[in-house]
Design a protein around this ligand. Structure first.
Ligand SMILES: [Fe+2]
Ligand SMILES: [Fe+2]
Length: 194
């Protein structure tokens, strides 16, 4: 079911928001939690927009809910941009991270308690099953897409989840070679750290 698949990412987002806003002192830990959350939020929003909100937008009764959700995705994107600075210790960073966490939690709650019900009524069972398959494939593809930008995170080949790159078992064989990594990503630029 599409909604169960989406909830799995929502639970991950809540957990990462909680850990990020509680992070103190160790900036490497904060940086890693931020990148994991950023990649998860961006990958989830892309997969959800393509395989839940686009079909919902095509229904008259789904216009309001999908527009509202897309607007909130954009607000979350802007907060992620504000937080993507090198110095995450600076005054105000954690306050903005708490704002992001608040916004994300509000958004997830609204989706789970309102928008899923709207979508549940408007989309057929067959359509929901088809969307679940597409969403599940897409979120892993988009985690790889966004994760490839940052050297400190990888996407596990077994679970399809975003992990810290330091876990040796999850490293692709090419890690450590910048040129091989760039070939893998199909681009020449170095990866970003923020
Ligand atoms: Fe969403
Ligand atoms: Fe969502």
């Amino acid at each position: 079911m599409i909604f169960d698949a989406i909830r799995e990412s929502h639970d991950l987002q809540r957990d990462l928001c909680r850990k990020l806003t509680a992070s103190r002192g160790d900036m490497a830990v904060r940086q890693l939690l931020f990148l994991q959350l950023k990649v998860e939020l961006m990958a989830h929003a892309a997969a959800e927009e393509r395989h839940l909100y686009v079909p919902l937008l095509m229904e008259d009764g789904g216009l309001q809910a999908s527009r509202h959700a897309l607007h909130e995705h954009h607000e979350i994107d802007e907060l992620l941009e504000d937080l993507s600075v090198r110095n995450k210790k600076q005054a105000g960073w954690i306050a903005t991270a708490k704002q992001l966490s608040f916004k994300v939690r509000h958004h997830l709650k609204e989706e789970e308690s309102k928008f899923f019900q709207v979508a549940g009524r408007l989309l057929s069972e067959t359509k929901k099953q088809q969307l679940a398959r597409k969403y599940t494939r897409e979120i892993v593809r988009m985690r790889r897409h966004y994760g490839a930008e940052y050297e400190s995170v990888v996407v596990s080949a077994s679970s399809g989840l975003v992990k810290p790159a330091s876990r040796a078992a999850d490293r692709p064989a090419t890690r450590g070679s910048a040129s091989a990594g760039a070939r893998l990503r199909g681009q020449g630029e170095p990866r970003r750290t923020r």
